[in-house]
Design a protein around this ligand. Sequence first.
Ligand SMILES: Nc1ncnc2c1ncn2[C@@H]1O[C@H](COP(=O)(O)OP(=O)(O)OP(=O)(O)O)[C@@H](O)[C@H]1O
Ligand SMILES: [Mg+2]
Length: 268
Amino acid sequence: MSLICAKIEAVTTVLAVANQKGGVAKTTTVASLGAAFVAHGQRVLVVDLDPQGCLTFSLGHNPDRITKSVHDVLTAGVEVKEVLLDTTDGVTLLPATIDLAGADAVLLMRPGREYSLKRALAKVKDQFDVIIIDCPPSLGIMTLNGLTAADAVLVPMQCETLAHRGVGQLMRTVNEVKEITNPDLKILGALPTLYDARSLHTRDVLADVTDRYGLPVLTPPIPRTVRFAEASASGATVLAGRKNKGAQAYFEVAGSLLGEFGLTSTAK
Ligand SMILES: Nc1ncnc2c1ncn2[C@@H]1O[C@H](COP(=O)(O)OP(=O)(O)OP(=O)(O)O)[C@@H](O)[C@H]1O
Ligand SMILES: [Mg+2]
């Protein structure tokens, strides 16, 4: 009897973090989940798709001093591997600079412009277990590229009054992407951020989001903690002190997402 050894293909999950509303902790979520997936033993790439370069900066790289960025990848056909940077968090970074602000205009004239990032990432995908994309606060061509390249989308949501405004528009965009450029895109749900458990109002907002949009709410919510503000302002690693309760919450969210992605944590 012959033994047939089936080679198990490594699966890479590409996760887009998107919400056109500004300041809801998209970038913090990408940096923190990235570091959390590394702590779970995964090989992680994070992609900065925001010309503000906040993710790039928060991972210790000054966008003003970077010569090649995701802009060159998307508009000039530069290989992703020529642009990748290491970070002290252990994640690999595809950085952004202010040049990216002009990418929409360049891509506008190109056929298949929504696929630029997906095509570029395909060449490095097998080197990573998880790729996380930080979308800018708009529903423009960069966010469409992020959603088209992704297997799944996560929507950080600050649980304040009117948080749901704009969610309908975001879900319409996600559904259009599913119809046109990425039929397999999975909606993971809303991740409550800047969460204050003492506020009853917060819980109402979350219930409302589930009722109106059928959007699942991921747990645990990410509590508001001063550590995050300090970390992003200093360009220091967000998860430097894993003991803080925000970082711990991201670690738990990453752990439960791993199960959904079919990956196994090696964290002790
Ligand atoms: N859990 C938290 N506790 C306290 N402050 C936080 C938390 N998460 C994020 N912040 C702070 O909130 C601000 C906005 O966060 P962040 O930049 O991640 O949002 P964003 O959605 O990426 O913003 P933009 O839409 O401008 O890209 C930052 O100053 C960040 O440090
Ligand atoms: Mg951001």
